[in-house]
Design a protein around this ligand. Sequence first.
Ligand code: GLA
Length: 780
Amino acid sequence: MILAKYPYFYLETSKLGYLFSVLPTKKLEHMYFGKRLVDHRYESMHLKLTAGAGSTIEYENEGHKTLLDMMTLEFSEIGKGDFRLSPIEIKMPDQSFVSDFVYDSFEIVKGTVSSKKLPTAHKDENVQSLVVKLKDKKFSIEIKLIYTVFEKANIITRRMILVNNQDEPIVIRKVMSMMFDLPESDYDLITFDGGWIKEAHKHKRPLSYGTYINDSTTGASSNRHNPGIILAKKGTHEDYGVCIGVNLMYSGNHYEAVQISNHGLMRVMTGINPHCFEWTLKKEESFETPEAVLSYSDQGFNDLSHNFHDFVNHHIVPRQFSKEVRPIVLNSWEAFYFDFNRRKLLHLAKEAKRLGVELFVLDDGWFGKRKDDTQGLGDYKVNQRKLRGGLDYLSKKVHELGMSFGLWFEPEMVNPKSELFKKHPEWAVSIDQRSPSLGRNQLVLDLCKPDVRKYIIEQISIVLDSTKIDYIKWDMNRHMTDMFSSALYEQGRFFHSYILGLYEILFELRKKYPDIMIESCSSGGNRFDLGMLYFSPQIWTSDNTDPIERLKIQEGFSYLYPQSTLSAHVSLAPHSQTIRRTPLSTRFNVASFGILGYELNLKYVSPAEKKEMIKQIEFYKEHRELMQFGEFNRFNKKDDDHHQWQVSLNDDHIVGYFQTKYHSSPQLDVLHIKHTKPNQMYHIESLQQTMEIRQFGHLISHALPIKLHPDGWIMSKINLRKQLENATESYEMSGQAMISGIKLKQQFSGTYYNKETRLLGDFGSQLYVIKKTNSEVQDA
Ligand code: GLA
């Protein structure tokens, strides 16, 4: 709901409220961002600057005065007395950087104000937008502040459109999507940072005087710093406390700044990174910023995440996929890398089908002369030597097996060793007379050029039209350097024009092939953002599939993005990046809290493990909706070696208990459950899982009636066929009793082993299924 009672503008969702007003000076005061207000008399909610302060500048307009530097503002600029970070930096027609935007008018619109060039969130019947127009006092230049209220998802989005109606051009050096100021600064800033194979690790830092920047300069939203940030009042935890979340629907260089001023005010902004940015606006041209996404909770991080999750599922991902359960994939990459042929692929596909896999994805290496990563990118003609009969034959065979078929592309790139580069060296991003730097032996294609965009759409269309392809993995494997495009008259446009070019291609392909699922990827989660999710409902979360590393990665992403977007595969142990040997059960248990897939050569999986995989896949299929679309909850950690996750849907729940390190003589474990109904009876059952016998080495002789050499022939044969069963648990309890936790069976602790002992060790984990029974609590 939007309430506009001049001078007040109040925006409200089912849980949050957002208030700003027009001051007598016609500047905008930010007045409130918090829980939905119960009273609509706002007069007392203004900031009271009754005494002023030394060293401040008085801003005056039409006889009214204010101290901008001490105000909580909704918008600001350079050169009129606010010395904090500015959301805009514009070289005005008089060549100064001084602008003076004041309130002009407003309009309320049903639905959203969408953009033709940038992805913006989808509307539903409960969505409304407010457009507030500001005008510069001297020049004919205007700014539209666009607010959209997503009632059910508890989200407010903001963006800006800058319009130059002046005869002379202006030069934009910085334009944020939004800014607001809060009157207090006792907040922690939480960011999600990392790099390749360590994406989205959560970092928390207390805020103090000064500025903190969370940004990317690599050309993509990057694995270094995700655009999503959280500001949390001190003491906030998963289920308690006040927090504000900010994200940006943008896949390029982003910039989030949080600044605490000397008066203890906190300024927050997000938008396109001003790094190397310069954009001239000629007469009647306009510039639109990407959409910033804001949410608030007074019930801790989980509640804030639920808002973001609902928003992504209902308003960001392509509509046709928003409620579609995602298929279980087998991806050929870690199975064969570049070394495959038709026979190997079909053999793997058949085996995968036997396990229950639904989608077979042929990853890198199927085209051109791509026998390794030094060549072939750009030449999307099938390599007939590897794939006799071409893609059509393979796709038909895979479909005959009863699976769908998916294919990998890296459309934005070219290898210097390729037919494409020979023909069009000028299509690769580089600067005349300088040799461009390579990343993974490849160069970036210049998406600022219309011909390049056309070529990419054509090439992909030729492949997609040649046979039945149900899924694309859209990869992008290097950062940008040597930024220059001969298609641009000013190079400060490069990074943003590239992203606009990418979006143009994706808009077109989505329109042409609405039913093809796109999974995006950038060496894993190097471009995990709301912009990409608008086109591709899921993203390859990380090249790291080690479940212990994935706990941190998936948990980090879970603050901002739902499980339905996190692609998660089971691979072989020991793991190819960490050399860590983890049980198959834990690899599955972690991956099942995302979009489950497999990425391994089944040749190296024992018959006993395959049996286990079949059961895991059956279990996942049975609970898939709950796993992918259920409400996701994290638990406050009792220490760094334990994680607990829960998903809930229609009062069915699955809880994952993960132990990354075993401690001798451990504490007794208590499993905590959230959101069950106190008067309802529930059945709790642990998922039956097995363990490899060889894991126990010589210790196994304690459990067997006969003595066998742990490395001997007999043991290795047994190991192929048989696994040890772990203790299972099964209880009936009321929701009320479960609130204080379910006391689990003891873990093995060096004394007697028996069938009632939980064997977790390092990297052990367990899933618990909690289903309501037909009965309510009986009075004794
Ligand atoms: C990137 C991706 C991997 C795989 C390879 C193929 O690293 O993240 O999943 O597709 O490229 O080259």
